[in-house]
Design a protein around this ligand. Structure first.
Ligand SMILES: Cc1cc2nc3c(=O)[nH]c(=O)nc-3n(C[C@H](O)[C@H](O)[C@H](O)COP(=O)(O)OP(=O)(O)OC[C@H]3O[C@@H](n4cnc5c(N)ncnc54)[C@H](O)[C@@H]3O)c2cc1C
Length: 507
């Protein structure tokens, strides 16, 4: 039987919140959230760290909602105070700079909703299309499993699937399918949202559209996503998957751009190879006619290699033609002929290729990542100054550098996400790993890259952005800034939500 009396920790969290609220505003606020609101050390420890392991903001409490109403009640109680407390939804805490934290406020652990949230339901028909209604707290790996059981799958993914639907839709959600289908935010039909006023609203392109476009790519600033309706397609069964090596940047980028301009492949990405371990690891997964010693000597000669990762899906209907189609695709490309790694795997193995990194060991490292969007018109300069000149100097062996182009026409500019103003732009993900006390060295390096771009006039935009001041945010949003401010005034006028992004809560 549930204990009707609050435990000491509950008393203290309620006390802290009441204190914050009553002393400042002079009005009593009753929060009837029972033992779902906690401030014990386990709850606080989890909510004050993230995958980055660099920032640690201590909240006053953590809400483990048993229903959507709990979140509404929490937000309303803050909204109704003259000086509200901040609230951050925490998906799977895979931000790297404290974006899901709330210093002195309340973190909402969305995973607690998985028992009583919206779940994952597949619906639709062949004439109007199929879709999945998915709780904002659900992880993409579970969306994959549940939809595949019914023979369907979302069309746009992230590389890593242990991220929540609400977390990636608050950014964009990109991977090698985005050139074709757009980012994940482009493949959403409808959302249920709790705004910063504590109101529950359903929105889509046609209904409450300003909220819909605000939320997608909105960095958690305008509401908490409790359900998303995601576009589905018939699931393929297997994939042909290759990694191709290049030593010449212009051939590499020309091939990448050619691949994303047609509809032939289903997935296009790329890597910057700054040490020979990278390709050595591929050999355990891919069959390869290449001899590792040839790769090592090529790498030693060049000091830097580029790789394209290319995938084509197939199923029973296309099994007879896939090899021929794939060979035709490869024939158009100018990779170094002997340096091709190939494999053929079930679609689940491909989409789930990046294993869960939430191991206790992983938590010891810091991840001072930098993610950039770079306009195509300056990509040669960017290669010369950053990829070829700076990256090899880093001498990191446990980091991964992903680099591939995207089509701007697959992004909807009404959404809050920000991209460069060119038809094609590249994404560079510098997925650094450092000892927990070594992140500053990497951050200095990241800042050198940003300074180089600034000096050379290369108008890069940060993806999963991190800025310290409002002036930087204003610059980041550029012509969208007024709209972002207007959206904030409509949906979270008291600056309650996701303070860890430091957009409206920074100096
Ligand atoms: C190992 C790893 C691999 C990654 N791979 C990719 C990739 O391939 N492609 C890609 O695009 N990104 C990738 N990312 C980045 C990832 O998409 C973002 O960090 C995302 O925010 C993480 O999701 P999360 O569920 O952990 O969100 P959190 O980190 O918990 O939250 C992120 C932000 O969203 C807000 N938020 C969380 N849930 C909700 C909600 N339901 N409603 C509204 N706001 C909410 C939070 O308050 C916070 O501001 C990767 C990150 C990691 C660590």
């Amino acid at each position: 039987m549930a204990n009707p009396h609050p435990t000491p920790s509950q008393i203290s969290i309620l006390f802290i919140l009441s204190y914050l609220i009553c002393i400042i505003s002079g009005q009593p606020v009753s929060l009837d959230l029972g033992n779902r609101l906690r401030n014990d050390s386990n709850a606080i420890k989890l909510a004050s760290n993230d995958y980055g392991n660099i920032f640690h903001e201590i909240p006053a409490g953590v809400l483990y909602p048993s229903s959507i109403s709990d979140i509404m009640e929490l937000i309303k109680s803050s909204y109704n105070c003259s000086i509200p407390f901040t609230i951050a939804a925490r998906g799977n805490g895979h931000s790297v700079r404290g974006q899901a934290m709330a210093r002195g406020g309340v973190v909402v652990d969305m995973s607690a909703l998985s028992k009583n949230g919206s779940g994952i339901r597949v619906s639709g028909d062949s004439s109007s299309g199929f879709y999945a209604d998915v709780g904002g707290e659900e992880m993409w790996i579970d969306v994959l499993r549940a939809t595949m059981e019914k023979g369907f799958s979302p069309v746009s993914w992230t590389d890593y699937l242990y991220l929540t639907v609400g977390g990636t839709l608050s950014n964009a959600g990109i991977s090698g399918q985005a050139f074709l289908h757009g980012p994940q935010i482009n493949n959403v039909l409808e959302l249920d949202v709790i705004t910063g006023k504590g109101e529950f609203m359903t929105c889509s392109r046609d209904k409450n559209s300003e909220l819909f476009f605000a939320i997608l790519g909105g960095l958690g600033q305008f509401g908490i996503i409790t359900r998303a309706r995601i576009v589905l397609d018939k699931a393929p069964t297997r994939v042909k998957w290759v990694r191709l090596l290049y030593s010449d940047f212009s051939m590499f980028s020309r091939d990448q751009e050619r691949l994303i301009s047609g509809n032939a492949p289903n997935f296009v990405e790329g890597f910057i190879v700054t040490n020979e371990n990278v390709t050595n690891e591929w050999r355990s997964f891919f069959s390869s006619p290449s001899n590792q010693s040839d790769i090592v000597s090529l790498f030693k000669k060049q000091g830097l290699l580029y790789a394209i990762e290319l995938v084509k899906y197939y199923d029973n209907r296309t099994v007879k033609t896939i090899d021929k189609e794939f060979q035709t695709l490869l024939k158009e490309l100018n990779f170094i002929p002997r340096f091709i790694f190939s494999t053929d795997v079930p679609i689940m193995d491909f989409l789930g290729r990046v294993s869960n990194s939430d191991s206790p060991d992983g938590q010891l490292d810091a991840h001072p990542w930098l993610n950039l969007f770079i306009p195509k018109s300056r990509i040669t300069d960017f290669n010369a100054g950053v990829l070829a000149e700076m990256l090899p100097r880093l001498n990191e062996t446990s980091s991964l550098f992903i680099f591939y182009p995207l089509n701007k026409n697959k992004w909807d500019d009404r959404m809050s996400a920000v991209t460069p103003d060119e038809d094609i732009f590249y994404t560079l993900a510098l997925l650094h790993s450092s000892p927990s006390n070594g992140s500053q060295i990497i951050d200095n390096f990241n800042n050198q890259i940003l300074r180089f771009c600034e000096k050379a006039g290369i108008k890069v935009r940060q993806y999963l952005p991190y800025y310290k001041s409002k002036a930087h945010w204003t610059k980041h949003y550029g012509s969208k800034w007024n709209r972002i401010q207007h959206r904030k005034s409509l949906f979270d006028p008291k600056f309650i939500l996701s303070p860890g992004q430091r957009i409206f809560n920074s100096a």
